[in-house]
Design a protein around this ligand. Structure first.
Ligand SMILES: Cc1cc2nc3c(=O)[nH]c(=O)nc-3n(C[C@H](O)[C@H](O)[C@H](O)COP(=O)(O)OP(=O)(O)OC[C@H]3O[C@@H](n4cnc5c(N)ncnc54)[C@H](O)[C@@H]3O)c2cc1C
Length: 452
């Protein structure tokens, strides 16, 4: 199956300079609170145009920052002049259902392929939101609903094509440029502009998935029950606990608009009977809504109910080594009923399983260093909300600090010293690859690997 292919040219697309009427729109990130300040923006259609743009940027002394959706834009540093290279015209995907392989161009988002995959009884390792770009997600790791069983998306990537600093198109896989291939899978946009990416797919006709919604005030008992269940659960079950306080905005669907909930969402690779042991103690608590049922894999791309339209927000995050009962009490104290927290969401994702296993064929980000992924989000609906929301999100992270085991770069939405995510030897290797393929530091990933 081939999905809309990009045209092939080797020319140079128009560059949009700062001040042009379309410049502000071209710079827009998913997070509307983020101000992107490149010198120029360009929308290349293919690898030839990317190469021409990289050579031109070098001649002009500009760095190159590749981006598609701007979902990870918060972390970029615009202090040094840069060209923002947006890949939204680089579409086209080939799915080989028999071989369970996908090849997608740099601008392809998960929602461009997951419906077709699902129709063919296949699933990919996408995350909670449909409108994330496959390239950016995969380069940062990629943690989603099937992660405990099948691991990080980066570990399912089999080849990456990219334009490097000398304007050459390079293919990196296990046999060709293996060290670069290793570095790209976790090292992000620091080595070149990715033009295409290939990865494995998984056979999946149906699964049991859904959400249990409880009144927000019951967050304490629901979180204690969920915590206990996650201590011993098969890798076929991936679940998430959330405290949600949804604003009264027209974009939010009627039944939940302006309301607050404690929610457990789960994906069970199996049928109702396989999910029964896990769900029974949660069902015994009497949820107000129970949406579980057998669904095709595409349902996973909607399960989290992530926002699809850009919005202004701030967030905080870290990974947690464990979630003992006193950590649950602490989280409820800082973010649950009676805490006064203004945050739209506080989320704990259960990790472990294949996400925690390092295998020799994995890339630089080989495994997630924690059993839970903590993420808090505050909406910034008016400028005066910003300090309040930043303080509230930081307060949650600070309260949970005793259990911090690390960070996951796709979830770090601020400028951050990326070396903290890797052990010393991995960081040394990443910097060595950076020095080899980008010795002048042309490429600016959202999280940066500085030259050694
Ligand atoms: C609502 C929401 C839900 C999310 N859910 C999940 C989730 O479930 N699991 C998860 O793992 N992550 C999740 N994320 C995080 C997301 O994976 C990262 O923000 C990721 O970086 C987004 O990739 P992008 O290409 O869409 O974004 P962009 O902002 O366009 O790109 C992010 C970075 O990726 C690199 N990059 C992108 N394209 C290229 C390219 N062609 N060549 C070189 N480098 C490139 C660059 O460093 C760029 O700065 C979520 C984010 C949001 C906002």
């Amino acid at each position: 199956m081939t999905i809309a292919s990009s045209r092939t040219t080797s020319g140079q697309p128009a560059v949009i300079p700062a001040g042009a009427p379309e410049f502000a729109q071209a710079c827009q990130a998913f997070n509307l609170a983020v101000d992107q300040r490149p010198q120029e923006v360009a929308h290349p259609a293919d690898a030839g145009e990317v190469a021409a743009l990289v050579r031109r940027a070098r001649e002009q002394g500009l760095r190159v920052a590749a981006q598609r959706t701007g979902h990870g834009a918060q972390a970029l540093d615009w202090e040094r002049p840069a060209l923002l290279l947006r890949t939204d015209r680089m579409l086209g995907a080939e799915i080989d259902a028999g071989a369970r392989k996908a090849r997608v161009n740099a601008g392809v988002r998960w929602d461009d392929i997951v419906d077709d995959l699902s129709g063919q009884g296949l699933a990919a390792l996408h995350g909670s939101a449909r409108d994330i770009c496959i390239a950016g997600y995969s380069l940062g790791g990629g943690q989603g609903w099937l992660g405990r069983k099948h691991g990080l998306q980066a570990s399912s990537v089999t080849a990456i094509e990219l334009v490097t600093a000398d304007g050459e198109l390079v293919r990196a896989d296990r046999d060709s440029e293996p060290e670069l291939f290793w570095a790209l899978r976790g090292g992000g946009g620091n080595f070149g502009v990715v033009t295409a990416i290939e990865f494995d797919l998984y056979p999946l006709a149906e699964l049991y998935a859904g959400a249990l919604l409880y009144p927000f005030e019951r967050g304490d008992e629901v979180l204690h029950a969920w915590r206990e269940l996650t201590l011993d659960v098969p890798e076929e079950i991936t679940s998430v606990f959330k405290l949600l306080q949804l604003p009264d905005l027209p974009e939010i669907p009627d039944p939940v608009r302006g309301k607050s909930f404690a929610v457990v969402t789960a994906a069970v690779l199996g049928d109702e009977a396989d999910g029964a042991d896990f769900l029974e103690p949660l069902r015994r608590l009497g949820p107000a809504m129970d949406t579980f049922g057998m669904v095709p894999p595409v349902a996973l791309s909607y399960l989290a109910m992530d926002p699809e339209d850009p919005l202004p927000y701030t967030s905080s995050h870290h990974l947690m080594s464990e979630l003992p009962a006193d950590a649950v009490d602490t989280l409820i104290e800082v973010g649950g009923a009676g805490s006064g927290s203004p945050l739209v969401m506080i989320e704990l994702r259960h990790l472990g399983g294949a996400l925690a296993r390092r295998e020799p064929h994995h890339g630089a980000y080989a495994a997630m260093d924690g059993e839970y992924n903590l993420f808090s989000l505050g909406g910034i609906l008016a400028p005066e909300d910003a300090p309040v929301m930043i303080e509230a999100a930081d307060r949650v992270a600070a309260a949970m600090e005793p259990w911090r085991s690390g960070w996951y770069l796709n979830f770090v939405e601020r400028q951050f010293d990326m070396s903290q995510v890797f052990d010393a030897e991995t960081w040394r290797r990443l910097q060595a690859v950076k020095a080899q393929v980008d010795p002048d530091g042309v490429f600016a990933g959202n999280h940066e690997i500085p030259l050694p």
